[in-house]
Design a protein around this ligand. Structure first.
Ligand code: B12
Length: 287
């Protein structure tokens, strides 16, 4: 797959004239580089970002290496229901096609996660109570969602080396991997560099990573409802460890443990109810 396109190729991919495309490059509307011979080259992910941001449908997604774009079977039932069916039946390619297509059409990563992926996963969570097969279906769905989030990530513009860094994870006794990966993907879509420590991340380890790498934001995903120390204590443990390690990053806490219990993390931590809220909060920080 090509990592950069010529103006002619991108013009064909989005159905506009080559001269318009060259003009947009020269006006700086599209991020582009020049070859040693002076020819304009548009990085693939910058081309995709331009098409998404400006509402140009991809008439030739294959020119951007996006062979998976298109509607999977049953897509007329709405994205969350279609995704739920694909996850339940283990149709990884269909699940990926659905979300990548919606991303290419301009949907934000945060709303794909909150509006499509989370409801589909929640519905799968009911299965294990009725049938043992529900357990493998659930594990397989986590793997498919992980692959989709990685794919979406690969389609985002690369953050510069000077982009702000966010570090995050879930507490030591929390086995849930998707919420933290979702937070990392949402922050990456906001142009942040991210370090996802995933599930089972002790407070001291999160704090150490945040301090050593001067993280501007630390996310904490709290999924387990009861069974561990609760929203306040988990938040305080990380906030205290950050202070001790010398991190002045903003601690942002979210997840079902807060949502379902109504418990809110104590200050100075900030609470974010949803992935779009996390994106908005990151956008509003002075970094
Ligand atoms: C996959 C899964 C597992 C997997 C996880 C594997 C993995 N690698 O992650 C495993 C097998 C570990 C598992 C185990 C168990 N599970 Co489970 N699991 C699920 C399931 C189906 C999906 C969880 C998930 O990934 N969700 C991710 C996203 C899609 O949803 P979300 O967490 O709500 O996150 C959204 C928001 O809350 C928010 N958010 C989340 N984190 C953050 C962080 C920040 C910073 C921000 C801003 C926002 C934010 O944004 C997200 C996107 O919208 C849920 C169903 C459900 N309701 O989610 C059950 C569920 C959570 N599990 C449940 C149960 C009962 C269990 C077990 C007890 C089963 C058992 N008998 O062993 C164990 C307990 C494990 C433990 N130690 O606590 C119950 C919990 C019931 C309750 N109220 O306590 C649920 C709700 C299923 C059900 N309906 O019964 N589970």
């Amino acid at each position: 797959m090509k990592s950069a396109l010529s103006p002619k190729e991108l013009a064909r991919a989005i159905g506009v004239s080559e001269s318009s495309l060259k003009r947009w490059v020269d006006e700086g509307v599209i991020a582009a580089t020049r070859t040693s011979g002076g020819h304009r080259r548009i990085p693939r992910n910058a081309a995709l970002a331009f098409a998404r941001d400006h509402g140009y449908p991809l008439v030739r997604p294959d020119l951007l290496g996006l062979d998976e774009v298109g509607s999977p079977a049953g897509a007329d039932r709405g994205p969350a229901t279609t995704l739920h069916a694909a996850l339940r039946e283990g149709r990884a390619a269909d699940a990926r096609r659905l979300l990548v297509s919606r991303f290419v059409d301009g949907e934000s990563v945060a709303s794909l996660i909150d509006g499509d992926m989370a409801p589909a996963m929640r519905a799968l969570g009911e299965l294990w109570q009725h049938d043992e097969a529900g357990i493998f279906i659930e594990h397989r769905a986590v793997d498919i969602c992980t692959q989709i989030l990685d794919r979406l990530r690969s389609l985002l513009p690369q953050p510069g080396a000077d982009a702000p860094l966010a570090v995050g994870g879930a507490p030591e006794e929390d086995p849930y991997t998707l919420p933290s990966l979702m937070a990392a993907t949402v922050l990456a879509a906001e142009g942040w560099r991210t370090m996802n420590l995933g599930a089972h991340a002790p407070a001291s380890v999160l704090a150490r990573a945040a301090a050593d790498h001067r993280a501007r934001l630390v996310w904490l995903a709290l999924s387990v409802m009861g069974g561990y120390r609760g929203v306040s204590r988990e938040t305080r443990a990380v906030a205290d460890a950050m202070r001790a390690a010398g991190s002045d990053g903003v601690l942002v806490v979210g997840g079902p443990a807060c949502r379902e219990s109504g418990a809110r993390p104590p200050e100075p931590a900030r609470f974010a109810e949803s992935m779009p809220e996390l994106a908005g909060l990151a956008r509003g920080l002075d970094v």
